[in-house]
Design a protein around this ligand. Structure first.
Ligand code: AMP
Length: 249
């Protein structure tokens, strides 16, 4: 069995995001970039399935600028086998990403396609769903547990009020939620080995996908500054303020 894992290059979640002065977007200069955290969980799940003997090969794919190679190499260091970089300097929107991933998945005949539930930069939560629809296959979104049994995969999903388990026939799309697993750290020897693993370079045009979008970002603004907090001297004072100033109790 083969797995395809989609990894997006995003601003590291520890970095405080700066909005460009002209409000056209987020300033990425001299900013630490990483694998989208949910995609790291997707890589970890694929590696665990490989370690369990369920999967034979893991392919990671990223659509983005040349520097996205760094994130592919990081995934290779975590245990993926080879990478595909679909290079573009255009901003990739979910539908375009889904169309490209569909091509990669079909060319590679992958059985399990793992994505994050959302990319933390644009918070779209769309790509996995679009991909499953375009491919006409099942989807298990917000996965907190993945169990492959024969030609089926049972995906436990975090839904309102509890957990739901769905059975999907393979191939299927799975998007990861936070509690699926805790990703490992790459060991130094594996980082070195990852440098020698194969990394294919493609363009969206190789898959017949145009990067023009029907969507345009009009404006990006930073969130309102939070007001400074205060320290109260006693519980009584706190209760008084909550009652009479904040009027929340
Ligand atoms: P989104 O729908 O944009 O919130 O992204 C959901 C998931 O789709 C991400 O967690 C990634 O697994 C995948 N994805 C989105 N954009 C890209 C990209 N440019 N390259 C690779 N994977 C992506």
């Amino acid at each position: 069995m083969k797995a395809l894992v989609a990894v997006k290059r995003v601003i590291d979640y520890n970095v405080k995001v700066r909005v460009k002065a002209d409000n056209s977007g987020v300033d990425l200069s001299n900013t630490k970039m990483s694998i989208n955290p949910f995609d790291e969980i997707a890589v970890e799940e694929a590696v665990r399935l490989k370690e369990a003997g369920v999967i034979d090969e893991i392919i990671v794919a990223s659509i983005g600028p040349k520097e996205s190679q760094e994130q592919i190499r990081a995934a290779l260091a975590l245990g993926a086998d080879r990478g595909v970089l679909v290079q573009t300097d255009a901003k990739p929107y979910p539908l375009q990403v889904a169309k490209i991933l569909k091509n990669v998945a079909e060319q590679e005949s992958t059985d399990i396609i793992l994505l994050g539930k959302q990319a933390i930069d644009d918070d779209n939560n769309q790509t996995g769903q679009m991909l499953a629809a375009l491919m006409g296959i099942g989807q298990g979104t917000f996965a907190s547990e993945v169990k492959v049994e024969g030609d089926k995969v049972n995906v436990t999903r975090e839904v309102d009020g509890g957990l739901q388990t769905v059975a999907l026939s393979l191939p299927a799309v799975i998007t990861t939620d936070l509690r699926l697993n805790e990703p490992r750290y790459a060991k130094l020897p594996n980082i070195m080995k990852a440098k020698k693993k194969p990394l294919d370079e493609k363009t969206p045009a190789d898959f017949g996908v145009e990067m023009t979008s029907k969507q345009e970002i009009v404006k990006v603004t930073p969130p309102a500054e939070r007001k400074a907090g205060i320290t109260v001297a006693s519980v009584d004072e706190l209760v008084d303020k909550l009652k009479n100033e904040a009027k929340v109790i």
